[in-house]
Design a protein around this ligand. Structure first.
Ligand code: 6PG
Length: 234
């Protein structure tokens, strides 16, 4: 797998600022071209500061024209400490005037197959509206784990082989093990995918991923770009 032809590397001490700049760039273009900004949020801990600063941009974002999805979710209730939705809700969604119907929460409190199927239907309804084969994110934010996983696509997992569905159950070594994840077909339908990495301990795994290794290295938008936003120490 070749690394995507369109790849940008933003190595910066202003990690959150660079991420916000990309979010605004994609937001403005999407709303100008399609009247809707489809933003996928990454889970884990890295994005929290970005989401907190995004919330402070409140009136700069057309929240009524923004759709929020989640690259993966842990199979826990939305108020659980491990919930990716809870992190995004605390840092961003509870602070901005986004209509509830614009937030496509993966319902981690349900059995994973049911939660995945519900999300799949939500995405497909929008894709149909836009005459797309599958839902196209304008910007999908992702993290990378120290084993090279992204979303909940872990090395050696059967989920890596999914070639049709957009959202599926998955398991992984990073607790909690039961999850729901976006698949490569959905990820690679994005216009822009941005990896948010703000930990120098991940430099080696990032370099390997950029050479096509690991699940993260298989992110290669069919008609889009990959942006690596790499925080560096001041
Ligand atoms: C998850 C995330 C996962 C995360 C990476 C990085 O649900 O765990 O989706 O893919 O982005 O593991 O996590 P950190 O940002 O906490 O290092």
């Amino acid at each position: 797998m070749q690394t995507p032809s369109h790849t940008r590397i933003l190595r910066t001490p202003d990690f959150a600022g660079a991420a916000l700049g990309l979010i605004l760039e994609c937001h403005d273009q999407a709303i100008a071209e399609r009247g809707l900004f489809r933003l996928g949020l990454a889970g884990g801990s890295t994005p929290r500061k970005v989401y907190e600063q995004l919330a402070d941009l409140n009136d700069r974002i057309r929240w009524e024209k923004t759709q929020i999805t989640f690259g993966d979710e842990r199979c826990v209730p939305p108020d659980h400490a491990d919930s990716n939705f809870r992190m995004a809700n605390e840092s961003l969604l509870s602070k901005v005037p986004i209509p509830q119907g614009n937030v496509f929460r993966i319902q981690g409190e349900l059995p994973a197959p049911e939660a995945a199927a519900l999300c799949e239907r939500q995405l497909q309804a929008v894709a149909t509206r836009f005459a797309e084969e599958r839902y196209r994110h304008d910007l999908l934010l992702l993290g990378i784990g120290e084993d090279g996983h992204t979303a909940s696509l872990f090395p050696g997992s059967a989920a890596l082989l999914e070639a049709t569905k957009n959202v599926i159950p998955a398991t992984g070594p990073k607790p909690p093990p039961q999850r729901v994840t976006f698949t490569f077909p959905l990820i690679n339908a994005s216009r822009t995918v941005a990896f948010l990495v703000n930990d120098p301990a991940k430099d080696a795994i990032v370099a390997e991923a950029r050479s096509g290794q690991h699940p993260s290295g298989k992110v290669s938008p069919v008609d889009g770009e990959v942006v690596w936003i790499l925080g560096e120490r001041k």
